[in-house]
Design a protein around this ligand. Structure first.
Ligand SMILES: [Zn+2]
Ligand SMILES: [Zn+2]
Length: 451
């Protein structure tokens, strides 16, 4: 019986593209009493692997916490695999707004001590004595009460790109860290203020609300289903969004736009920007905010030091990396002295700018000719392969890569490799490769921009 992944992320991405089926990104959690988490884990793996379900899932004695990608046509079958368990009957699945077929490329189910690292000693208080759950409209109403304090229970890099208006956004790197800090900050308000708490999907508040009640807070409320469910409700019921900016998410998208407000700055130049990225130096991988201009100038690096490193031969880079503990790479907490405009825990109440809505007319005005189609993407070296079917492409040409997931991305070609060697021009029938600062999809088309 297969209980673990056998495909690489790259192979999986290719299979998904070839299948051409729509997938849904979703999340859910449930607190429960699970006597044998290992057995529970294996049962889930077998059931989900059969449905081609992917994701990152934690199970523990205290429950389950899952972020997943499910084939859209298997969603009912997937729900059935959950409803086998009493504690997941009627469970709410938080479905993401932006859909990306590549949000997860593996099925990883891990047994952990806890489903959220909260650092709490659960024996010392009643975890079932939770705060009052609020729906979006109720949350908005209570926010308007001058007696209310709104607290963001997420980490600094999450609240930095989006948060509720006027919320306290603690400068913490982990949920565990935030609990005593908030308790301290709000010492004097335990009796008479409403403590309104929220997080991404509700899981962190679920137990924290019980903890704060135990700490003596009288009026504890939590946003039911977190920002994800709030967003769904405000859209469905046309409620005003009091959340501004983006909702940070833990898959490769790194954020879902909720409103067109930008509340953060590019960490390198200070321009309003809310696009998180990871430093291109594999030995650094720092999570930080970088605008398009800085991305080009710095080649997606967080510092000149990293920029120097990525220009070294790969073998040198590997040598430098040796012995350095990168740890939790993708989400290495975005703090570094070189980032001048990083503002942790100090969120502006008013947006800094609005997202520029793309001018459709202008887009059509871009003159372009179809050159070819995407054939492959080499994740490790960030290289794209295209097959040239029409026209030619030369060094110095401006190209447009376009597709449903990629959107429209323009760049200028500085090097081309065709049929195994560097060349000036790729001709019809050539398979060409070049470096690219983003992942292309097999559905992408390559255009040459004219004029
Ligand atoms: Zn910048
Ligand atoms: Zn770096």
């Amino acid at each position: 019986m297969q209980l673990y992944n056998t495909l690489s992320a790259e192979e999986r991405a290719q299979l998904i593209d070839e299948a051409g089926k729509q997938r849904l990104t979703l999340s859910f959690y449930a607190y429960a009493k699970i006597s044998d988490p290992k057995k529970f884990r294996d049962e889930l793996f077998i059931a989900w692997n059969a449905l081609d379900a992917l994701g990152r899932i934690y199970v523990a004695h205290e429950g389950i916490n899952a972020q997943m990608s499910i084939p859209a046509d298997q969603i009912e079958a997937f729900r059935n695999t959950l409803e086998v368990y009493d504690f997941m009957k009627g469970i709410r699945l938080n479905v993401a707004i932006d859909q990306d077929d590549h949000s997860f490329l593996k099925l990883t189910i891990k047994v952990r001590y806890k489903i959220v690292a909260d650092g709490l000693n659960d024996e010392t208080f009643d975890v079932t004595n939770k705060g009052i759950h609020l729906k979006a409209q109720e949350f908005n109403n209570l926010m308007g009460d001058p007696n209310t304090i709104v607290v963001d229970f997420r980490n600094h890099y999450e609240s930095e790109v989006g948060h509720f208006e006027g919320a306290i956004t603690p400068d913490v790197e982990t949920f565990r860290e935030s609990l005593p800090i908030i308790n301290e900050q709000l010492q004097d308000f335990k009796e008479d203020k409403n403590l309104l708490m929220y997080c991404t999907g509700g899981i962190r508040c679920e137990k924290a609300s019980a903890y704060f009640k135990h700490q003596g807070f009288k009026n504890v409320y939590q946003l039911e289903g977190g920002i994800i469910e709030y967003t769904r409700q405000i859209k469905e019921e046309a409620i005003e969004s009091k959340f501004i900016g983006k909702n940070f998410v833990f898959d490769h998208r790194l954020g879902e736009r909720i409103t067109d407000d930008i509340v953060s700055q590019c960490h390198q130049c200070g321009k309003p920007c809310d696009n998180h990225t990871n430093c291109a130096n594999e030995g650094c991988h720092l999570l930080f905010i970088q605008c398009d201009d800085c991305k080009v100038a710095m080649e997606n690096c967080c510092s000149t030091e990293c920029l120097d490193i990525i220009h070294l031969p790969l073998s040198e880079q590997v040598k430098l990396r040796k012995g350095k503990e990168v740890g939790n790479k993708v989400f290495r907490k975005g703090k570094s002295e070189t980032l001048k405009f990083k503002k942790s825990g100090d969120s502006p109440n008013k947006p800094l700018a609005k997202v520029e809505t793309k001018n459709i007319r202008q887009k059509i005005a871009v003159k372009k000719v179809l050159v070819g189609k995407a054939e492959h993407y080499y994740t490790k070296s960030k290289i794209a392969q295209f097959l040239i079917e029409n026209n030619e492409i030369s060094i110095g040409d401006k190209v447009l890569i376009s597709g449903p997931t990629t959107g429209e991305q323009e760049l200028r070609i500085s090097k081309i490799f065709a049929n195994g060697g560097a060349c000036e021009t790729g001709k019809i029938g050539d398979q060409i490769t070049f470096e690219i600062p983003f992942r292309i999809r097999l559905s992408d088309k390559l255009y040459k921009v004219l004029g």
